[in-house]
Design a protein around this ligand. Structure first.
Ligand SMILES: Nc1ncnc2c1ncn2[C@@H]1O[C@H](COP(=O)(O)OP(=O)(O)O)[C@@H](O)[C@H]1O
Ligand SMILES: [Mg+2]
Length: 1073
């Protein structure tokens, strides 16, 4: 929308066709206003006018590329991208080869424009590894060619000093496949000479600034530019141009394009040779004959050159200083004068360089050429040197301007003349527009008989004295009356005095202005001669690349034919170029230079007006206004747009014109927008065409959607059918499988049920049969018994009624017999300790067996006892008695089992001290021991000797060994002891004997033995058992009254047995442990 609004902005219309009023002033004013607004691009229809901004503008970003991509030409601001897009789309979609013609003066921005077009096409065409490689190679050809073919001129710091036409080739999808570059006339004179303030070709400066020290050494160069005669010694570097960086960029670009490192080295070597040739100095000398000759003044440089190219220095020196002349059959070596020598040297340097440049272009072409033979579409981009008017114009300017003249002719032919002629041809109503047709100028230069170039060639080939003066005279003669030709002489003839036209000059009124050419050097440059000796010397060099540049140096191929002249060659290549351009659809970019000082934002109206005039912009606008923007044959038009009308879509059977009319009638465009020619349809404004195109795009999108829809529907349907079939198959299989499983399950279950049922039935039957059997057996048994009973009853009377008892007795006896006999054979051992006895074999023998066991045991014991000695028996009896008395009653008892019952502890017999006591006891002594007697009053104890005889119990004083107390056993009433493990005993006496002292309380260490023996003896003496009380509480009788004694268990063990404590008058506590 931005674009369309500026399109209608009256002050700065985007399309000059809309200019009102249309005057030269308003045109320049509009360009100026737009330039001020930094809108450097303006349209005239589909021609783009570009005004060089001399500053970088932010309008070439990737976002901008996206904006212009596939957009409608007039919907966005004018831009070089728009025309590039239009051309690219036309190529891709309409299958028409395109060419983009970029014209303008030197420094107007042509080369920049061509790069922008290329980069845009590269950005919008499809991507892919292969395609990207091709694009990259195409784009990278620019830095390489610019390094070798561009130089700083007064007008432009980066001026192309050669013409370039590049065909970019695409496949049917619009993907770049490759390209071909053609170069035109390199300005080789620059190698040896350039105007003050200009520079030689960039490569020399780049090489010296950017090469590494090793490379420089390898090339035998010095970094200092001032050292080299061919280079600009004052201003070798340019502001804003980094030669070193550019050198590296160029090397990278070469790598991308596919140059091998060896090729790059060779290329740089030849470049170095050119540079060094400029330093080969000559000096004059005289031969013996007195003739002037020249020689190399400093052989060092020459030697280095020869080392670089692999040539013997003498050979090159010979070639530089002398010349072989063939006269009839002889060859004569003539030496050259110093100027001739320099001429030869410079010619060699120029030739080497220009041939090297051609080689470079061919080498790039070899890399980028299309390898496949697919059908291709071509987009040509022409960036050729612009029109040049200098102070001093030479042969180069003449050639360059001739080329521009031809390009202008194309423009005129295609946009003005051709177009207008076409309207007439097609029978369209048309008012002719006046314009300047420059074919007369072209004719002046290129006419094959009277043209300036033809005459120059003639002069060059003519034998005899030939120089520029004869050439000029000839021109003056032939072209004296030509409107566009002037010279001093023709002016004189017309009596015009023009101080600006010096002698030895001629002037041509070019379409872009009058240019005065100085004829000096015309012949020489046209001839472009190189002494054969030099080309032969080059061919003789071992350097492969250099050698290949001079094929004519091969002595085998010497031809006497003169090579074609430079002018002739150029004319030929321009004619070829024109033919090429005519075959394509042209797109114009007309570059305008806004000022002469390369300054940003400076607009010099006079300068722009001059350019606008000679570019024919006014005429262009006029024709455009009156004419039609678009035309096409009815056939292709109908073919392209027939889908826009249901009547013509999908098929139209009648004529193309009729079809086009029907088609457009349906679209309701205003009548003045369309014109129907004899063979073509004409559409006036691009807007209508864009509308048509937009509608087509929409319709195509609809149709595509329809086709897609149908296809997708079909695909989904078939897919669905397939899935359905598969699904049915799967479910059939699945169901089958499931049913089979279910059937198997049921079969298994049925079998199990059957098995159970059958089992159950069989078991029932079996049970039935078994019970039947049992019943039968029972019935049989009952019957047997019954019969038996009946028989016995019947036959009882015939037997003794006691027969059964008799039998039973017999059987019993027999069993008993067997039992007893068996027992006798298997009697258990006779050890008393062994209590085993075989069990009874029958139950009825249990009691008997038990009885026999007891008898046997007792018998064993008796036998044991019988064989025991009497003392042992008495001891055992005493033990038995002790056990009966104390076992489980007194805790002292278990301890006493370890102690043997010694009876005699005192040793009465042996100890004479106890003689008296021994006498008392005599033979009746049962036991003698020491005891302690408890004092009745205090509870204290005193030791006493105790003697037990069969009749008495004697207590004696241990010291005196005299009996103190003698008790008859029959006086003893009873004995009391405690339950505990102490040796305390109370000896209760009968009342009769207590007259004196009462009961005794004693402590014995052999209490169990004492009491047992007392008991035994008492029983033996009195025939009665001795009453023994095992108790905790008892009373004793003493003369002073009864004392009740309580036995108390003390938790502490006392050392000397029990302790008796008197508690009050009639209570005593015995603390035992
Ligand atoms: N579109 C542009 N934007 C910015 N600067 C430009 C543009 N076109 C040209 N220039 C400037 O102008 C100079 C000359 O342009 P160039 O294309 O080399 O001219 P020509 O090829 O017509 O002789 C460039 O070096 C650049 O500085
Ligand atoms: Mg250029």
């Amino acid at each position: 929308m931005e674009g369309s609004s500026s399109l209608l902005d009256a002050e700065a219309v985007a399309d000059l066709v809309l200019l009102d009023p249309l005057t030269e002033e308003s045109l320049v004013q509009t360009l100026r206003e737009r330039f001020r607004r930094r809108d450097i691009y303006t349209y005239i229809g589909n021609v783009v006018i570009s005004v060089n901004p001399y500053q970088s503008l932010p309008i070439y970003t990737p976002e901008k590329v996206e904006e212009y991509r596939n957009c409608s030409f007039f919907a966005v601001k004018p831009h070089i991208y728009a025309i590039a897009d239009d051309a690219y789309r036309s190529l891709r979609d309409r299958d028409r080869d395109q060419c983009i013609l970029i014209t303008g003066e030197s420094g107007a921005g042509k080369t920049e424009a061509s790069k922008l077009v290329m980069s845009y096409v590269a950005a919008v065409s499809s991507k892919g590894e292969e395609v990207n490689k091709v694009k990259e190679q195409l784009l990278q050809s620019n830095p390489v060619l610019e390094a070798f073919g561009n130089a700083k001129t007064v007008r432009n710091d980066n001026s192309s000093r050669f013409g370039k036409y590049m065909d970019i080739e695409f496949d049917f999808k619009g993907e770049p496949l490759g390209g071909v570059i053609s170069n035109y006339l390199l300005e080789k004179s620059r190698i040896v000479r350039h105007v003050k303030g200009e520079r030689n070709f960039h490569i020399f400066y780049q090489l010296l600034a950017g090469a590494s020290p090793q490379l420089l050494q390898q090339l035998k160069l010095r970094q200092d530019c001032g050292h080299y005669g061919y280079l600009n010694r004052e201003g070798s570097s340019l502001p804003g141009m980094d030669d070193a960086a550019n050198f590296h960029a160029m090397q990278d670009a070469m790598r991308v394009i596919g140059f091998s490192p060896a090729e790059v080295t060779e290329l740089l070597e030849v470049t170095a040779v050119v540079l060094k040739l400029g330093n080969v100095q000559l000096s004059s000398s005289f031969q013996a004959s007195g003739m002037e000759a020249c020689s190399i003044s400093d052989p060092q440089e020459l030697r280095e050159v020869c080392e670089l190219i692999g040539l013997e220095p003498g050979a090159l020196e010979r070639a530089l200083c002398s010349r072989t002349v063939k006269a009839r059959d002889e060859t004569v070596l003539t030496s050259l004068t110093v100027p001739q020598g320099y001429y030869g040297r410079d010619a060699l340097a120029k030739n080497i360089y220009s041939r090297l440049f051609d080689w470079l272009v061919n080498r790039i072409n070899a890399s980028i050429q299309v390898k496949s033979d697919k059908q291709r579409k071509v987009m040509g981009v022409l960036d050729i040197y612009g029109f040049e008017i200098f102070q001093d114009n030479g042969f180069e300017q003449f050639i360059i301007n001739y080329c521009n003249e031809k390009l202008q002719q194309i423009f005129i032919l295609m946009t003005l003349k051709e177009e207008q002629e076409e309207y007439v041809r097609e029978g369209i109503q048309w008012t002719p527009v006046e314009f300047f047709d420059n074919s007369i100028i072209c004719n002046l230069i290129e006419n094959s008989t009277t043209g300036i170039l033809a005459m120059l060639d003639e002069e060059c080939l003519r034998p005899g004295v030939v120089n520029e003066d004869t050439f000029l005279t000839k021109l003056n003669q032939l072209l004296a009356t030509h409107k566009h030709y002037e010279s001093k002489e023709t002016q004189n003839a017309r009596r015009v005095t023009d101080a600006s036209l010096p002698p030895r000059c001629f002037r041509i009124h070019h379409y872009a202005g009058k240019v005065t050419y100085n004829v000096t050097g015309f012949i020489e440059k046209n001839n472009d001669l190189l002494f054969r000796d030099l080309s032969q010397a080059m061919w003789a060099a071992r350097h492969a690349l250099l050698r290949s540049l001079f094929p004519e140096g091969d002595p085998q191929k010497v031809s006497l034919k003169l090579p074609p002249t430079a002018g002739f060659q150029f004319k030929l290549s321009v004619a070829l170029l024109m033919k090429n351009l005519y075959s394509k659809n042209p797109n114009y970019i007309r570059c305008i230079k806004p000022n002469d000082t390369k300054s940003a934002m400076v607009f010099t109206p006079e300068l722009v007006l001059a350019q606008a005039r000679y570019l024919g912009l006014m005429e262009n606008v006029r024709v455009r206004r009156a004419g039609y923007a678009f035309r096409q044959l009815y056939g292709p038009f109908l073919q392209r747009y027939k889908m826009l009308n249901p009547r013509t879509w999908p098929r139209w059977d009648r004529g193309d014109r009729e079809g086009t009319e029907v088609l457009l009638a349906g679209l309701e465009f205003p009548a003045e927008e369309l014109a129907f020619g004899h063979t073509k349809i004409f559409i006036r404004s691009p807007r209508t065409l864009f509308d048509l195109e937009r509608q087509r795009q929409e319709r195509v999108a609809q149709l595509v959607t329809l086709i897609q829809k149908m296809f997708r529907g079909w695909r989904c349907r078939t897919q669905y059918q397939l899935m359905r079939k598969s699904q049915i198959l799967i479910s059939a299989w699945f169901r089958g499988h499931r049913q089979m499983n279910r059937y198997k399950q049921m079969k298994r279950s049925a079998l199990i049920l059957q098995a159970y049922a059958r089992g159950w039935k069989s078991r029932r039957l079996l049970r039935e049969l078994k019970s039947q059997c049992r019943r039968q057996a029972a019935a049989t048994t009952i019957a047997a018994h019954w019969r038996g009973y009946q028989a016995r009853r019947t036959y009882r009377k015939y037997f003794r009624s006691s027969a059964s008892t008799c039998l039973a007795n017999f059987i019993y006896r027999r069993l008993v017999h067997r039992y007893l006999v068996g027992l006798a054979k298997n009697l258990p051992p006779l050890s008393v300790m062994d209590r085993t006895w075989p069990p009874a074999p029958y139950r009825f023998l249990d009691n008997t067996n038990q009885e026999l066991k007891n008898i046997f045991y007792r018998w064993k014991c008796k036998k044991y006892r019988d064989q025991l000695p009497a003392s042992r028996r008495a001891q055992l009896q005493a033990r038995l008695c002790a056990s009966e008395l104390f076992k489980d009653k007194k805790t002292l008892y278990p301890k006493s089992l370890q102690q043997p019952f010694r009876g005699e502890y005192l040793g009465l017999k042996q100890n004479p001290k106890y003689q008296k006591l021994h006498a008392v006891a005599k033979d009746k002594l049962v036991m003698a021991d020491t005891v302690r007697k408890v004092n009745r009053a205090s509870g204290k104890t005193v030791p006493r000797l105790l003697l037990l005889t069969t009749e008495h119990l004697v207590l004696a004083d241990p010291k005196a060994a005299q009996p103190k107390t003698v008790l008859s056993l029959s006086d003893i009433h009873g004995v009391s002891v405690t339950r505990f493990s102490d040796g305390f005993l109370a000896l209760h006496l009968k009342e009769v004997s207590t007259g004196a002292k009462g009961d005794f309380l004693l402590l014995s260490e052999h209490l169990i033995e004492l009491v047992t023996r007392l008991h035994q003896t008492f029983e033996a003496t009195t025939g009665q058992a001795l009453p023994l009380h095992i108790t905790d509480r008892f009373s004793t009788r003493f003369p002073k009254g009864d004392v009740s004694i309580t036995v108390v268990e003390s938790p502490k063990a006392s050392t000397n047995g029990p302790v008796c404590k008197k508690k009050g008058s009639n209570k005593m506590e015995v603390l035992v442990h």
